[in-house]
Write a protein that binds this ligand. Structure first.
Ligand code: PGA
Length: 254
């Protein structure tokens, strides 16, 4: 049984105060619903809000996610944040290899791989993002792009490590653009990812790995996307910033 994850990626949005205001509303809404018995609800705020969020949520099922980490534990790496620091602050998940990090901060499959290993070493669940650009899709390269990202990102991981990892398929052309993959387009790639994982790590292991879809998910399209057999949840950017939209997606998933 794969427990679906509904995750909000807030990117560079919300102050600590705004984070806490949102969470108070979300917690109230969740108390009146059985959502947290069916899904893992995850929020990725800015680094500086993680610790306050952990204090506020100490009795809540809502889980905290970081948006990145650095692979070394400690040392002279100005500006970076390590897995043990995140663990200590209360993060249970971490997004790794988001397309914005690949595009603006030069992340490569090899740095992504080091980051995934660092997260796993500290029992933080990596949410490992893969996805093709529009040009790559139009050139018929989806399969080779995803295969390269998966192989590079998961290099030297054991099957056991990979079952603790969450994959997020986020077609770059659908992120923040309002263009969502259709449920057929998304399911096709999710199935392909699961088959690639099965080939490398065995079908039984591939069957327990959660694969989230991300890219302009909103209350109006979440139901059809989430009802696909290989879509095990959503990674939501823009529509996770307002409690009513985020709750709308959770409700649609019910
Ligand atoms: P979006 O972002 O929902 O705003 O498209 C998704 C993401 O980048 O994770």
């Amino acid at each position: 049984m794969r427990i679906p994850i509904i995750a909000g990626n807030w990117k560079m949005n919300k102050t600590i105060g705004e984070t806490l205001d949102f969470l108070k509303i979300l917690s109230q809404e969740l108390q009146q619903s059985s959502a947290t018995t069916k899904f893992e609800i995850v929020i990725a705020p800015s680094f500086i809000a993680i610790n306050k969020m952990a204090e506020l949520l100490k009795d809540s099922p809502v889980k905290i996610c970081a948006q990145d980490l650095f692979w070394e534990d400690a040392g002279a790496f100005t500006g970076e944040i390590s897995a043990p620091m995140l663990k200590d602050a209360g993060a249970k998940y971490v997004i790794i290899g988001h397309s914005e990090r690949r595009q603006f901060f030069n992340e490569t499959d090899s740095t992504v791989n080091k980051k995934i290993k660092a997260a796993l070493k500290y029992n933080i669940v990596p949410i490992f993002c893969v996805g093709e650009t529009l040009a790559e899709r139009e050139a018929g390269k989806i399969e080779s792009i995803i295969a390269t990202q998966l192989t590079g990102g998961l290099m030297d991981l054991t099957a056991n490590d990979v079952t603790k990892t969450v994959i997020a398929y986020e077609p770059v052309w659908a992120i923040g653009t309002g263009k969502t993959a259709t449920k057929e387009q998304a399911e096709e790639v999710h199935l392909m990812i699961r088959q690639m994982l099965a080939k490398q790590f065995g079908q039984t292991n591939a069957d327990v790995i959660r694969i989230l879809y991300g890219g302009s998910v909103k209350p109006s399209n979440s139901k059809e996307l989430l009802s696909q057999p290989n879509i095990d949840g959503a990674l939501i950017g823009g529509a996770s910033l307002k409690p009513e939209d985020f709750m709308g997606i959770i409700k649609s998933a019910m």
